[in-house]
Design a binder for this molecule. Sequence first.
Ligand code: PFF
Length: 456
Amino acid sequence: MTNKKRVTFGSRLGVILATVGCAVGLGNIWRFPYMLGVNGGAAFLLVYAICIVVLGLPVMITEFFIGRHSRKNAAGAFKVLAPGTKWIVIGYNGVLAAFLILGFYFVVAGWTLEYILQVVTGSLTGKTAVEFASDFTRFSSGIFRPIFWTVVFTALTHIVIVPGVKKGIERASKILMPVLFFILIVLCIRSATLPNAGAGLSFLFNPDFSKIDSSVILSGMGQAFFSLSVGMGCLITYSSYFGKETHLQKTAVQVTILDSLVAILAGIMIFPAVFSFGIEPTVGPELVFITLPNVFSQMPLGTLWSLIFYVLLALAALTSTISLHEVATAYVHEEYQMTRSRAALVVSAGVLVFATLSSLSLGVLKDYTIFGLTFFDFLDYVTTKIMLPFGGMLICIFVGTQIDRKILKAELTNQGTVPFYFFNTYAFFIKYIAPVAISIVFLNELGLIEWIRRMF
Ligand code: PFF
């Protein structure tokens, strides 16, 4: 089943960094704090953390199995492992999810470029907290500027994607990740030493259990999947480039720890400042963009720090957009026998249409809603709260029921050369616990569980 010619990542570190690069992105630094703010603070953190460990990690290991064993893209993998069956739907779900996620991700990634420009031109300094907020709203609800930056970000991703995996993804991630950690820690220290920082830390770490309801649980689960990039075959595509000596379980644990660490650091960086500057934690997607300029304005050499930060945020976003784009491009390239550059062009052009609409939905198109959500929020909701958990559930059921345990174990232990101590627990988990748990969260959100309770 191995395809010898398939390109692989160059080194062990390259494997980890590229995969961390895929996982760490706007989901950790932009979406995690905003979701936590909207969903009641520490209670959300708790749900998220549980979902990371009991669902995210096992699904990640399972995706690694599928990817390396089949050595194919997210859809092609199912054609190899279960030819002629309906399981291919997992792959289509993933490719579609990648496409739709890019539809809002490119917009937010574009905002980071606007902020880089504002830092460079000096227009991000000398404002009050209220001005930072109103300027952001004016910018993000505008027409030309946000779309311009969305196009620029799409073009940047496109340029990296075309030459292929090894040169682009691996090289970029190797430099970026360590620097990102460093700057996050510096910003955490600044934020946590602001006046009234304690209130922010308590919001982040001191759970109010009464806040946990079905929607917080669904949001926490969605965030866990989104942040780890699981449920949509992205990690199937990436692990198809892993070498045969890559320790799959260890890689999954390392990626999960690093990804969660970045999210928590982002929380420590944001919430003390939110409370210190009197910003509402529930404001939504703009939270990070209106909070951080206040933090920078309180720092010596604030302009320099902010420049480094926004450049890194843009680059962290880039390593994730590359991975999302790769899912769609690898699919079109391999399944439709198109050249890689033409496949990438098809994906970029298609995504741009969605991204333009979702950017406009924050301004001129905000009254056109789907199920009460703007187009931007709709893309976010459908992908993170439905498609990724649903994909993750199917991935678990597929491997749990269709793959011979011996084959599964052989791949996950590199043909018996590395141990997998909890293999039976893991196998039980993906076959029964994860699918049931995900279904319960869905049913709960749909109100079915409450309905049944009232019936009896
Ligand atoms: N995990 C990325 C982030 O946190 O920004 C987003 C993402 C990338 C989701 C790749 C899904 C994916 F396949």
